[in-house]
Design a binder for this molecule. Structure first.
Ligand code: HQG
Length: 191
């Protein structure tokens, strides 16, 4: 088992499995997300094993601690776990509104640009539009889908006119939508 927990691809598989069930389809494992998106760790591990995807507590702890994007958190007791953001199921993450930095960034692809500049950034299937505090992360996010484009978001003006921003436990900035007038394409990104 020790060997398995050092195995990177297996950790990625665990992370993907957790994302799937803690963000999108908890019902597939017979789980329900409580307010805040929390699930009992005991219930989660039992359900994973029952669905032929056994995860040890040690493996779970390693994935939570070392996940590249800090996608998951335990609560202070260590008895509950949740995905920090990225949900598609209805869930109230109980995040507090907070003032954003002056500029935030959104990574997308060339093929979405025309529609985004016409309609603004929409949350699509997620609960919020996801933004990064730095261009490096935005480029990485955009690259998942093709040739990346980075949009600069005039977050301070949006905040001044009343948009509500949140910051998830893993540093992803969240807002409901962004009209085109607050967006600007960042020129000359180095890939
Ligand atoms: C685009 C991953 C056309 C938007 C990442 C994006 C991130 C529009 C896609 C996190 C549009 C939605 C979130 C419009 C938005 N017309 N396209 N009007 N408005 N879009 O995956 O931000 O690995 O829901 O640009 O790293 O790409 O899951 O959002 O391309 O942090 O932890 O519609 O997901 O993190 O795609 O990614 P997504 P996202 P995880």
């Amino acid at each position: 088992m020790a060997k398995m927990s050092n195995n990177k691809p297996h950790k990625v598989k665990i992370s993907k499995y957790l994302s799937k069930h803690l963000r999108h389809q908890p019902e597939r494992l017979g789980l329900t997300l409580a307010s805040g998106g929390w699930v009992s760790v005991d219930d989660l591990l039992t359900a994973c094993a029952a669905h032929n995807f056994p995860i040890t507590r040690k493996q779970l702890e390693e994935v939570v601690a070392n996940n590249d994007k800090q996608r998951f958190s335990f609560d202070t007791t260590g008895k509950l776990i949740r995905a920090n953001q990225g949900h598609t199921v209805e869930v109230d993450l109980q995040l507090e509104p907070i003032a954003p930095p002056e500029i935030l960034y959104h990574g997308t692809t060339e093929k979405s640009l025309e529609s985004i500049l016409e309609l603004g950034l929409l949350k699509m299937s997620r609960h919020h539009v996801h933004l990064s505090p730095d261009t490096k992360t935005a480029i990485k996010v955009g690259k998942r889908r093709g040739r990346p484009v980075v949009l600069c978001v005039d977050a301070s003006t949006m905040y001044e006119v009343g948009y509500t921003f949140y910051c998830s436990a893993n540093g992803v900035w969240l807002v409901d939508n962004i009209p085109p007038k607050y967006l600007q394409v960042l020129p000359n990104i180095s890939l």
